[in-house]
Design a protein around this ligand. Structure first.
Ligand code: CTP
Length: 396
């Protein structure tokens, strides 16, 4: 996702410096050209050779080193960068950045970094982080457009508990991808995505649900966020992490989903309903656990709210509505019927019986159906399917 992009990682003197090696490695795996600049103190925690081996680039530590690729290294590198991140960022580098101090390779490069996004990921003891001096410096940096990545909380190296940990490198990568991975062609658009299954309670112990993993909806939400959209994700209970950069609204039942979606549907430009919503729920929910008895048991079910039907009936001017249809037979005819009945602009149909499609997989085989016709996509990763769905909706 970062092919052709140049990322500079600034590493400062914090015990979390070792995590920067993982960050560098992950960025290289995304095909970024990665340059690492270390402060002198950082080299006490991790050796530059670690970064040189991972990035295949000289790790810069000294402004006056003459063995460089460029004429005036700190300026040239800053000009070439698509993004610069300081991770971990010590209280000291934050203070230097806030006040324009440039006395080593890292701080001079940061001062020359005026055209690309700059991210800082503070990592230090809670007391140092919460000190008014550090907080003031962070405010100054934020007011200049520097993106501050909030530290995680937990047990710190000094034994204290509190805020100040460097977040997991996978999270830092997600934040970087959000900045530079894709063209921001959906910037300014509000997109609501629903994902995952619903659970309809029978009693305090049992519920009715389905096999949805949420992967397709999560891939759409993630892709829309990467393309710059303001994304709200209404999700049933799933076992996957929500994408970074989306607003998550967790729900349990079809009724919750209806209320969550309709409370913010009016303001959305695009609504994509990938959730596998229960069509029926138990007509009555027992307050106490139901105990078995001799003989069979029948459970009376009642219809749930059909959120997509409601949205189609109350569609706003210019709003696009995309549904999903999962079938086991008669895919296209049934999907087309749903498109018309629910007043949709597009429906994405997939057959659960087709190899590589269906529940829990990382791939899908989808037919995009609109009033103008059908487009059958080949077997693709759910990320690629998400991108194609968004391309199509954008064109509409
Ligand atoms: N949907 C919804 N609310 C429901 C049920 C479904 O919003 N109570 C949405 C799903 O998120 C999906 C689409 O409607 O986008 C699925 O259409 P639907 O007609 O409900 O399909 P099935 O549940 O498969 O039902 P059918 O038995 O009619 O095939």
């Amino acid at each position: 996702m970062l092919k052709g992009k140049t990322v500079i990682i600034g590493v400062t003197g914090s015990i979390a410096a070792y995590k920067a090696a993982d960050l560098a490695s992950r960025l290289v795996k995304e095909h970024a050209e990665v340059h690492v600049i270390m402060t002198r103190n950082a080299t006490k925690f991790i050796h530059p050779i670690t970064f040189e081996t991972l990035t295949k680039q000289k790790c810069l530590t000294d402004t006056f080193d003459r063995n460089f690729q460029f004429e005036v290294e700190h300026v040239e590198l800053a000009k070439k960068a698509d993004l610069m991140i300081v991770a971990p960022a010590s209280a000291n580098i934050l203070a230097k950045m806030a006040h324009g101090i440039a006395d080593d390779m890292l701080s001079t490069t940061l001062l020359a970094c005026t055209t690309c996004p700059v991210l800082v990921s503070p990592a230090m003891n809670t007391r140092m982080y919460e000190h008014p001096a550090t907080q003031e410096n962070l405010k100054i940096l934020a007011s200049r457009g520097v993106k501050i990545i909030e530290p995680a909380s937990g047990r710190l190296a000094c034994g204290d508990e509190g805020k100040g940990k460097l977040p997991d490198p996978s999270y830092l990568v997600q934040r970087i991808l959000l900045e530079i991975a894709c063209e921001k062609d959906l910037a300014g658009r509000k997109i609501l995505v629903t994902a995952g299954p619903t659970r309809e309670a029978l009693d305090p112990v049992r519920y009715i649900t389905n096999h949805s993993s949420g992967k397709m909806g999560y891939a759409i939400a993630a892709a829309a966020a990467l393309r710059g959209a303001e994304v709200t994700l209404v999700s049933g209970p799933v076992a996957i992490e929500p994408p970074v950069g989306v607003k998550l609204i967790p729900i349990t039942s079809a009724g919750d989903l209806f209320r969550a979606v309709t409370s913010c549907s009016d303001e959305q430009d695009i609504i994509i309903k990938a959730a596998a919503v229960a069509d029926y729920r138990p007509a009555s929910v027992s307050d106490e656990k139901m105990h078995k008895a001799d003989g069979d048991l029948s459970i009376a079910l009642e219809r749930t709210e059909d959120t997509l039907q409601y949205l189609g009936d109350h569609k706003k001017e210019g709003q696009l509505l995309c549904g999903f249809a999962m079938e086991t037979s008669g895919l296209e005819e049934r999907a087309l019927k749903k498109l018309k009945k629910k007043n949709l602009d597009m429906i994405c149909a997939n057959n659960v019986k087709v190899e590589g499609a269906g529940f829990g997989t990382d791939t899908n085989v989808v037919t995009m159906i609109t009033a103008d016709g059908m487009e059958q996509l080949p077997l693709l990763s759910k990320h690629e399917v998400a991108m194609r769905i968004l391309d199509r909706l954008k064109a509409m």
